[in-house]
Design a binder for this molecule. Structure first.
Ligand SMILES: [Zn+2]
Length: 245
């Protein structure tokens, strides 16, 4: 696994992050909206979507998810009639007239690019989705639907709550590999979401040197990120998005 820089950019007053390993693919559009005044924590979803579309891609429709912490992956091909919102926690597409998004505040967003078949995907994974294997299921769905191969994927783990701050109960900790648990806080288990999801990538044939991680903890870095654990119900959301040009 390699580390990725974060490049802070500004467009129409919206602060967002761009990731150099994904910038290497000129055929995709990607970004991660961070804390900023244009998207206050209480912004209405519809309003945020409108702003996002205006700033980043006026000719593409933005597609988002009603996220439910399960393992459903929505596949959108050119044959599908488009909806603005789907129920599930992952999206895959080979269409160039939409861009897809996931909304997070501590949970892990995972960016997927399969360069040979020109497929992009986004996954939302907290502990529940991770336990259900949502990332593995999404890669397997891409193989089945588009003929993708594990070795042709580039994967980037976005900022999420780190094992430094993601304390979970013993009942939950026991469900995960001990290797993915950080016990530095008085032995209380802190879950390393990236470790647990990395195992899923390995089982799908994704190459280690094509996996990138930002290494940022959303709880620790109050300046850049919202955090559900830190801000509770008042937490805003970050938005990861991706599309084909
Ligand atoms: Zn932390």
């Amino acid at each position: 696994m390699r580390s990725s820089d974060l490049v802070v950019r500004l467009i129409e007053g919206i602060k967002w992050l761009s990731f150099p390993p994904l910038e290497a693919y000129p055929f995709i559009l990607h970004g991660f909206i961070i804390k900023n005044q244009i998207f206050p924590p209480d912004v209405k979803t519809k309003e945020a979507e409108k702003l996002l579309q205006k700033a980043f891609s006026q000719k593409r429709r933005l597609v988002s998810l009603s996220q439910i912490h399960q393992d459903g992956c929505v596949i959108i091909t050119s044959k599908d009639k488009l909806k603005r919102r789907y129920k599930g926690d992952a999206l895959l597409t080979d269409r160039d007239d939409i861009f897809i998004s996931v909304w997070v505040a501590d949970c892990l967003s995972i960016f997927l690019v399969e360069e040979r078949r020109r497929v992009v995907g986004l996954v939302h994974a907290g502990w529940r989705g991770t336990l259900l294997g949502i990332l593995r299921r999404t890669i397997e769905a891409a193989k089945g639907q588009f003929g993708c191969e594990g070795g042709d994927f580039t994967v980037l783990f976005g900022p999420c709550i780190g094992s430094c701050c993601y304390q979970i109960s013993d009942d939950v900790a026991i469900l995960f590999d001990e290797e993915c648990m950080n016990r530095a806080q008085n032995g209380k288990p802190g879950l390393d979401l990236i470790c647990a999801n990395l195992k899923q990538l390995m089982s799908c044939g994704v190459k280690r040197d094509r996996i990138f991680v930002t290494g940022k903890c959303t709880f620790c870095d109050e300046k850049l990120f919202h955090s559900y654990r830190r801000e509770k119900e008042n937490a805003g959301r970050m938005i990861g998005f991706m599309g084909l040009r």
